[in-house]
Structure formats: structure tokens, C-alpha cells
Design a protein around this ligand. Structure first.
Ligand SMILES: Cc1cc2nc3c(=O)[nH]c(=O)nc-3n(C[C@H](O)[C@H](O)[C@H](O)COP(=O)(O)O)c2cc1C
Length: 362
């Protein structure tokens, strides 16, 4: 039994633990002749990398990726390209401080997977959460960089749109702003407000949840499939596999419950370019599980970091009640670093759906 793989034709298997020697993934099914260098992947890993600001964990991991297989120099172009064989990617762990976790090896950290891994497997690598650690998401980001190349015309971008109760003002949305602040926030005013707010959270040793929005533009109409392979169901499933994600919505999402039929259904006109023009996008670019050609829009809610500096009540492996304090290095808001991870998961789903669409209808 194996549950470390996702995707059908563009298939990703990840491996590794937080404090093991390395983590990585095998991307199987990637088409041949796609130019691919480590630098193409590294840029995306650098966005997810810890220790880049005071608002993310200070664990210092270079997250340097190595391509172990599946590429070769194309004689015609002189470029390194994919060969159609499995692409293995490896990222070494260099800043593991297992001693930070040694005093919690017998206690279950509330909000973490300690209790459930123990209940299921009877053994767990307690160092940094082992396999349940979000270090694993580095491998997804690496796979996502390859997926982007498979669907090169598609632009997948993400942004943090809410931190705790503080939402962005959508009228100020500026994609260029996302790279200018440490939060991937598209609203410059909100980014400034969040700085103060998150400093307070961090100094109190506390944490807070967040909402991330992923937008995929230039997805042509027709990707996805009805019923059991709906594009929205696969995006929702993929986002839900990210650590700490507790809610996913597509388009208007839960807000559509408050809309009337007149308000919600996206009306159609013919555009000046002779193509169908939707007058709104409450559907988030997906109807009947198939892309409409409008931007695909998904949002996901990330819970607050469970490891906080306040003692919490728990039990130990022997069933004794205890208090626990997690002293490791942690993010006050894990939603920040979840942005590139969400982008990668949506890119992987789109690459997979593109290949399946091509497989069925040419
Ligand atoms: C990018 C990212 C980084 C994370 N870092 C931490 C962290 O430093 N401390 C923590 O308590 N949880 C962190 N988490 C969340 C935990 O991995 C997660 O809550 C835990 O494994 C339990 O799984 P679940 O929340 O999905 O049920 C992170 C999540 C993401 C997406």
C-alpha cells in the first residue's frame, strides 16, 4: 500500500522526512524534449525556503535541488532536456537540529500528526514531525516547477489574501506587489498592516491562520473531465493534501451560498476577438468539472501553526496527562510559505489534466 503518489499521467511520488538525509520526488510521465536545468526549479524552491524573513521559521535550509535522472543533452539544441523517463529530484537536509525535539518524543503535540501517526503505525520519526513535516512540501514545489514547463502557456500565481481577521482590499490587488513584501501579499497597504500584526503574534510566541488564493491564467477551455475527474475536485484534493490546510474553495466558493441565481451564473457574450466572453467568474473558471477558458481561481485556508510558545495540555505514549512546550523554530503564520506550495499543486494538477485531455481528445 502506498499513498505517496499523486497524478495520473503526470505522476509525482515524494519521499523523505524532516530530519532524514534528504527528501525529494520522482516525476514520472513528463513528456520528452522539455528543456530542464536545476536553475529552473531552484527559483521556485527559493520562494518557499525557510529563514528568509522574521515571519518564517529560522531553520536555515539552502534547499538546493539536484536532478538525478531523466535528463540528457539534446544534440540539436545543445540544451539539457527531459528524456521522458522518471525525473528524480533530491534536496538534502542540512540544518536538522534533532535535539530541539528530543524532549517531546514521548508526548503528542496538539495540532500535529504525532498522535495519529502513532495510532496508525506504532512508530514515528518524532524529529521535526518526520514525514508529516511540511519540509515534504519542498519536493512538491520542485515537481511543480517541472509541471509549469509542461503547461508552459499557463501562468499559475498565488497570493496571501487574509491573515487572521485581516483581509486584503481586492481593489488594490497588484501582482507586482506580491514579490515586494515578505507575505506574498498583493495589497501594499495590507502588507504594511500585517507586518505590525504579525510582529505582535510572533513576539507573543503565538500563531495565526491565513487564506491563500491561487489563480491560473491562460488555461484553455476543455481541460478537466466530468464526474470523477473534475478539474475542481482534483484541485481541491491537491490543495487539501498540503499540511495545515483545512478548507478549499473554487471561485465564489462558500460565498456562493449567499448569492441568487441571477447574481451567481456567469453570463456570456461574444468578445471583440470572436471568442466567448464571460461577464463574471463566480465559477472560478470551471463548469461541469471542465475549464471554461477563464482564470481558474482556488482559495485555501491554512490553520495557525500548532507549535507555539505557550504550554499546552496533552498526553504521553503511556497515557499519562502532561503539559508540553514546543521549543523548536517555527513560523508565526505557516500560510505565508504555503503560497508557493499551493501554486505548485495547482500546476501539477493542470499538467496532469492537460496530458489526460490530450490523451483522450488529441
Ligand atoms: C509551508 C508550511 C510550513 C509549516 N511549518 C510548520 C511549523 O513550523 N510548525 C508547525 O507547528 N506546523 C507547521 N506546518 C503545519 C504542520 O506541518 C501540520 O499542521 C501538521 O503536520 C499536522 O497536519 P495537518 O495540519 O495537515 O493535520 C507547516 C505547514 C506548511 C504548509
Amino acid at each position: 500500500m502506498s499513498h505517496n503518489t499523486f497524478g495520473h499521467l503526470f505522476r509525482v511520488t515524494t519521499f523523505g522526512e524532516s530530519h532524514g538525509k534528504a527528501l525529494g520526488c520522482v516525476v514520472d510521465g513528463c513528456p520528452p524534449m522539455i528543456p530542464l536545468e536545476e536553475a529552473d526549479i531552484q527559483g521556485f524552491l527559493d520562494k518557499r525556503r525557510p529563514g528568509q524573513s522574521r515571519f518564517t521559521t529560522q531553520r536555515q535550509e539552502p534547499d538546493a535541488v539536484k536532478i538525478l535522472s531523466g535528463v540528457f543533452i539534446d544534440e540539436a539544441s545543445g540544451k539539457q532536456v527531459t528524456t521522458g523517463t522518471p525525473i528524480a529530484l533530491m534536496i538534502e537536509n542540512v540544518d536538522q537540529r534533532s535535539k530541539d525535539y528530543s524532549d517531546i518524543k514521548d508526548k503528542f503535540r496538539p495540532g500535529h500528526a504525532d498522535f495519529t501517526y502513532e495510532a496508525k503505525y506504532g512508530i514515528r520519526d518524532y524529529r521535526g514531525g518526520g514525514r508529516s513535516s511540511a519540509r515534504e512540501t519542498a519536493a512538491r514545489v520542485a515537481a511543480g516547477a517541472i509541471a509549469r514547463k509542461v503547461v508552459a502557456g499557463v501562468c499559475v500565481r498565488g497570493a496571501l489574501v487574509q491573515v487572521g481577521p485581516h483581509k486584503i482590499d481586492r481593489s488594490r490587488w497588484d501582482w507586482d506587489e506580491v514579490d515586494r513584501n515578505p507575505f506574498f501579499c498583493p495589497d501594499p497597504v495590507a502588507a504594511q498592516e500585517w507586518e505590525k500584526y504579525l510582529d505582535g503574534i510572533r513576539k507573543a510566541g503565538s500563531s495565526i491562520g491565513a487564506v491563500i488564493e491561487i489563480v491560473a491564467e491562460n488555461v484553455p477551455a476543455g481541460w478537466g473531465a466530468p464526474i470523477y475527474a473534475k478539474l475542481d475536485s482534483e484541485i481541491a484534493g491537491a490543495l487539501m493534501t498540503i499540511n495545515a490546510v483545512k478548507g478549499v474553495e473554487i471561485g465564489a466558493g462558500f460565498a456562493s451560498a449567499e448569492l441568487t441565481g441571477e447574481e451567481n451564473a456567469d453570463e456570456l457574450r461574444m468578445g471583440n476577438d470572436g471568442k466567448p466572453l464571460f461577464l463574471s467568474n463566480n465559477a472560478g473558471g470551471i463548469l461541469g468539472g471542465i475549464s471554461t477558458g477563464q482564470p481558474v481561481v482556488a482559495r485555501f485556508a491554512v490553520k495557525p501553526t500548532s507549535s507555539i510558545l505557550t504550554p499546552r495540555r496533552t498526553i504521553d505514549r503511556a497515557g499519562h496527562e502532561a503539559d508540553i512546550l514546543t521549543k523548536g523554530r517555527h513560523d508565526p503564520c505557516v500560510g505565508i510559505r504555503a503560497v508557493p506550495v499551493g501554486e505548485a499543486m495547482v500546476a501539477c494538477v493542470l499538467a496532469d489534466q492537460f496530458m489526460r485531455h490530450r490523451g483522450q481528445v488529441g
